[in-house]
Design a protein around this ligand. Structure first.
Ligand code: PXP
Length: 239
């Protein structure tokens, strides 16, 4: 049986904590709960503005929680240094702008990619698996392959936004075609952004899909059914 793995992004546990500047809810506790509820990895995004996850959250999770840790980060020297010091199991390089609420699109993969290539190589050499968050576009996937990425996380924002609209089939087809290309290039295949309990299944069923990285919908559902149930329900849906 094909099993698609689930990465649970716990950033918004920290968003709630930051709202009061208190210690709770603690992302470390969330990391333990998601892993014991069926998640295959903990996902944390350290943003330049530290709006939710703090450096110490990642340091504590790395030190005190047994399980796969996946760090989302911008491709900046500051983040590279942090990753090399804290050694997550894998990273996903993402675009980041101060004004955005969440990532709405993948990395820009045109032009000179020398600096990005250097960073991918440095992280890989340190034993950290490197994914690039890209739009489901052939050129972006080829460029990511050329600079040595181990995995592609396909950005599903546009698909998620198109749910229930005319464009939905077209956006899903783009993700399917991009997935074939990722597999053809022998890279690992991940997907994420905007996925929820309604729109996740068609993406999870794509041949070769390995990881679905999901945050907002799971943490939101957790308010009503608890984090354990919210994770377990999502895990059931993607299998
Ligand atoms: N994948 C990537 C690369 C992301 O940046 C995010 C958001 O932090 C997610 C997945 C999760 O997105 P969502 O919170 O919309 O499920």
């Amino acid at each position: 049986m094909k099993t698609v793995k689930l990465g649970v992004n716990i950033d918004h546990i920290a968003t709630l904590r930051q709202a009061r500047g208190e210690k709770n809810p603690d992302p470390l506790e969330a990391a333990r709960v998601v892993l014991s509820s069926g998640a295959d990895m903990v996902v944390m995004h350290l943003r330049a503005d530290r709006r939710h996850i703090q450096d110490s959250d990642i340091e504590r999770v790395r030190r005190d929680v047994r399980g796969f840790l996946h760090l989302e980060m911008a491709a900046t020297p500051e983040m590279e240094k942090f990753a090399l010091k804290n050694r997550p199991d894998s990273v996903c390089l993402v675009p980041e702008s101060a004004k955005e609420v969440a990532n709405q699109s993948g990395m820009r993969m045109s032009g000179k990619l020398t600096e990005l290539e250097k960073m991918v190589k440095n992280l890989s050499r340190a034993g950290i698996e490197v994914a690039l968050f890209v739009d489901p576009e052939p050129q972006a996937i080829r460029s990511a392959h050329n600079i040595g990425a181990d995995a592609i996380e396909l950005c599903t924002s546009k698909y998620s936004e198109s749910w229930g609209k005319k464009l939905q089939d077209k956006e899903l087809e783009k993700i399917q075609l991009a997935s074939y290309l990722v597999k053809e290039m022998s890279m690992h295949l991940h997907a994420g952004s905007g996925l929820d309990y309604y729109n996740v299944s068609p993406v999870a069923r794509i041949e070769g899909m390995e990881y679905m990285n999901i945050g907002y919908s799971i943490i939101s559902r957790a308010m009503f059914v608890g984090l354990k149930n919210a994770v377990a329900e999502m895990k059931r849906l993607i299998q």
